[in-house]
Design a binder for this molecule. Structure first.
Ligand SMILES: Cc1ncc(C[n+]2csc(CCOP(=O)(O)OP(=O)(O)O)c2C)c(N)n1
Length: 575
């Protein structure tokens, strides 16, 4: 996409939202990467007028972006749904404090768990925090929704939540683009009763929040984002988000109430719509968010079986859902994820597996170490838990426990766990799998890479210095490909009564493509033990003769397989 004002652009939901926010005068944006929201900030970073940053985690991103709005410029926070959990503390209280210039909170939910650790429905967060919620159903709708969100935010003095889902964030559509509206900064006027949330002030602001919600409910009744389409009145469908498009496809003759502003609920509009149709059906993904309100309003409707709270709704799901049937979950046919050939994480896991260690894992490309044939990780809860679960496991199970965490995840939320573990006299070994990027979400920079989102060089966070400053007794840096060295080091450190951090540092293959001479296979020496296949490299396979084929289009010469071969059948090429 170009930044010039092309009238029509073919944009994803993320790109459209970013573009429309820029048009609406956005001046500040902060986020932490996470599928399916990542491209919002990546797009915003291409606009010189928007001060954009990857923050170290979502709590930080929320606070910085929120502060920019309080300081007087239109601002935006974006994350995937679980990122909102990390930002929950400031989010809840920012609803009390209100804003100054407009502030949009984007949550990109992931029904169907395309790339997430859970499929929570953040519409419930909007209701819990008492924030207005907007749900576009397609990329093109960003055009109307984003400026409206800013106006709502400024008129009602509140953060406004916009919820995308994976299908909207990643679907592309023609979007009519426009010029940018420059907004003069509003400046900041100190107001302790509004901006200092000590109990007495917060108590008063709670009342402001409740009154604001009543006014927002009135706004929802007349909001242009809530639309009624009266057709055949035998069936009336109340819906929102992408489910609206699918339901239109499957029930083209039905009447529709589409909730673009879905919280607070437009109760009168819902009742009025229901009174004009014979039968009401609510079609929504995940939680019965609208359905519970419909029930509360005493509207007779076809109830959704709880099994439909799981997974995405596709067009083919609409009819069984409408018939009140139970959902039949099909086995996933998607391609199994696998670490790339030459992925630096592979060698470390082959050692941990050999040493038969219990490994508390974390989230990133390195979670793939949990899959066969490596099967080297035993837990993966959430970001940062590689270290905190290590502490709990180590204190209960003893010394054969190791925690692993990626470099971006370490800075996101591993650091506090490390400080806490050392403070609480934990012993043992934590490994930072430092591939010098945030690989999982598309190689974004982070503080340890020394570059900002705009590609500007910045102070580089030196992980070894940081770990020493936190009190680690030993901090070793080793190449992630040096499996022999890692094994020796691990045996030594595991035996010591100390807290050790091992930084296994080799850049991700996606950012550092240097190719070494490929591994050599000598069939005469192969004993067909297949230990080499246990490292799980996609460049190696067993051929019809039971020998090893090296896929020369994939092998990058990391020699992790060679280190696993006891018979010198796989070797580095001779100099
Ligand atoms: C709370 C939360 N925020 C963001 C994400 C998305 N996410 C998953 S792993 C990850 C970081 C991975 O980077 P790193 O730790 O460096 O490991 P790598 O993928 O490079 O191996 C991100 C941003 C998430 N799953 N949960």
């Amino acid at each position: 996409m170009s930044n010039t004002s092309t009238p029509i652009c073919f944009l994803s939901g993320d790109e459209a939202l970013a573009r429309c926010a820029w048009e609406a005068g956005l001046a500040f944006a902060a986020a932490y990467p996470g599928t399916p929201s990542t491209e919002i900030l990546e797009t915003l970073a291409t606009y010189p007028e928007v001060n954009s940053q990857w923050s170290v985690n979502e709590k930080v991103a929320y606070e910085v972006a929120y502060a920019a709005a309080v300081a007087g410029v239109r601002s935006l926070y974006a994350s995937k749904h679980v990122g909102i959990n990390v930002a929950m503390d400031p989010l809840m209280t920012s609803a009390y404090m209100g804003v100054n210039a407009g502030f949009i909170v984007v949550t990109a939910d992931d029904p169907g768990l395309h790339s997430s650790q859970n499929e929570q429905d953040n519409r419930l967060v909007a209701r819990f925090a008492k924030l207005p919620l907007l749900e576009p159903s397609s990329p093109a709708e960003a055009k109307a929704f984003v400026p409206y969100a800013f106006e709502l935010s400024e008129k009602f003095d509140t953060p406004v939540m916009i919820r995308l889902t994976t299908r909207i964030a990643h679907t592309k559509e023609n979007v009519v683009t426009g010029e940018r509206l420059e907004k003069a900064p509003r400046g900041f006027t100190p107001d302790p009763a509004k901006y200092i949330m000590v109990p007495k002030n917060a108590f008063n602001r709670h009342l402001v929040l409740e009154k604001r919600l009543l006014l927002l409910a009135e706004e929802a009744e007349k909001s242009p984002l809530n639309t009624v389409e009266m057709n055949d009145t035998t069936l009336g469908i109340i819906t929102s988000s992408v489910s609206y498009l699918y339901a239109k496809e499957v029930f083209p003759k039905a009447s529709f109430l589409k909730l673009g502003m879905s919280y607070p609920f437009p109760q009168k509009l819902m009742k009025d719509f229901a009174s004009k149709v014979d039968k009401v059906l609510v079609i929504e993904e995940l939680e019965p968010f609208i359905e519970e309100e419909v029930a509360r309003l005493g509207i007779k409707h076809t109830a959704k079986h709880p099994s439909w709270r799981v997974g995405e709704l596709r067009p083919e799901d609409m009819k069984p859902l409408a018939d009140g049937k139970e959902r039949v979950l099909e086995a996933s046919t998607t391609r199994k994820p696998v670490m790339c050939a030459g992925c630096p994480h592979r060698g470390v896991y082959s050692v941990l597996k050999k040493l038969k260690l219990t490994v508390t894992g974390d989230i990133g490309c390195y979670t793939l170490g949990a899959l066969p044939p490596l099967s080297a990780i035993q837990t993966c809860l959430c970001m940062g838990a590689g270290i905190t679960m290590f502490e709990g496991f180590r204190k209960v199970l003893g010394k054969n426990v190791v925690g692993v965490i990626g470099d971006s995840t370490f800075v996101h939320s591993g650091l506090t766990g490390l400080v806490s573990a050392i403070y609480n006299l934990t012993k043992g070994v934590v490994i930072i799998l430092d591939n010098s990027t945030t690989a999982m979400t598309g190689t974004q920079p982070n503080p340890s890479t020394g570059e900002t989102i705009k590609g500007v060089p910045t102070k580089q966070l030196i992980l070894e210095d940081l770990c020493k400053a936190c009190g680690a007794d030993n901090v070793d840096v080793i190449s992630a490909y040096d499996t022999v060295g890692i094994e020796t080091l691990m045996r030594q450190r595991l035996d010591e009564n100390a807290f050790s951090v091992v930084i296994a540092r080799t850049p991700c293959r996606l950012i550092h493509r240097a190719k070494h001479a490929q591994v050599c296979f000598n069939a005469d020496k192969c004993k067909k033990c297949y230990l080499c296949l246990n490292v799980g490299c996609p460049a190696l396979s067993k051929n019809e003769n039971g020998l090893i084929d090296v896929d020369h289009s994939l092998c990058v010469g990391c020699y992790v397989c060679a280190a696993s071969c006891k018979f010198d059948s796989l070797t580095r090429p001779k100099e």
